[in-house]
Ligand binder design. Structure first.
Ligand SMILES: [Zn+2]
Ligand SMILES: [Zn+2]
Length: 145
C-alpha cells in the first residue's frame, strides 16, 4: 500500500535521490530575511503540505525546480550539443528535464541548488585561470545499458 497515494502524480520522474523542496505562497508563512526582502517559506518534504499553514497542493504549495550541475565527461550518459556530460549527483542518470519533473541542469555552479550537486561542488577545487571546476571523479560506477 502506498501511504501517500496523492503524490503519485506529483513529478513521478523527479529524482528520488534528493529531497523535494516546496514553497508555500501564503504570505503569513513567509518571513523577512537578513537581506530585508520578503521571502516565501520553503521546506523539504515528501508531500506538498505546508507544515505552517497546512495549505496543500498547487497553486498554494509549489514544487521548486531542482537545478543540477552538469560536468563534462567523455563517459557521461547525457549527450549535450558539445559533448557528453554527467549529472554531478547522479552519474547513472541519462535524462534531464522533462515536462513534469521540475528539474533543470546547468554548467554554472552558481546557479545550482540541488543538495547532492552542491556537495560535489563543495569538494571540487577551482582551476586557475579558466575558473572551471575540478571535480573528483565519481565513486559510483556508471552502468552501461
Ligand atoms: Zn504555508
Ligand atoms: Zn543534482
Amino acid at each position: 500500500m502506498n501511504p501517500l497515494p496523492h503524490i503519485s502524480n506529483l513529478a513521478p520522474d523527479r529524482t528520488k535521490k534528493q529531497p523535494r523542496r516546496f514553497m508555500c505562497v501564503n504570505p503569513r508563512c513567509g518571513d523577512t530575511g537578513q537581506s530585508g526582502t520578503f521571502e516565501r517559506f520553503q521546506f523539504n518534504a515528501d508531500k506538498d503540505t505546508c507544515p505552517k499553514c497546512k495549505g496543500s497542493g498547487y497553486p498554494y504549495v509549489v514544487l521548486m525546480a531542482l537545478v543540477h550541475l552538469l560536468i563534462p565527461d567523455p563517459q557521461g550518459r547525457i549527450m549535450g550539443g558539445d559533448g557528453r556530460y554527467r549529472m554531478a549527483c547522479d552519474p547513472s542518470r541519462h535524462y534531464l528535464a522533462t515536462t513534469t519533473n521540475q528539474e533543470a541542469a546547468t554548467g554554472d555552479p552558481e546557479a545550482v541548488n540541488c543538495p547532492g550537486c552542491l556537495e560535489v561542488i563543495a569538494k571540487a577545487s577551482i582551476q586557475e585561470p579558466t575558473g572551471s571546476l575540478i571535480v573528483p571523479s565519481s565513486d559510483e560506477s556508471i552502468e552501461q545499458e
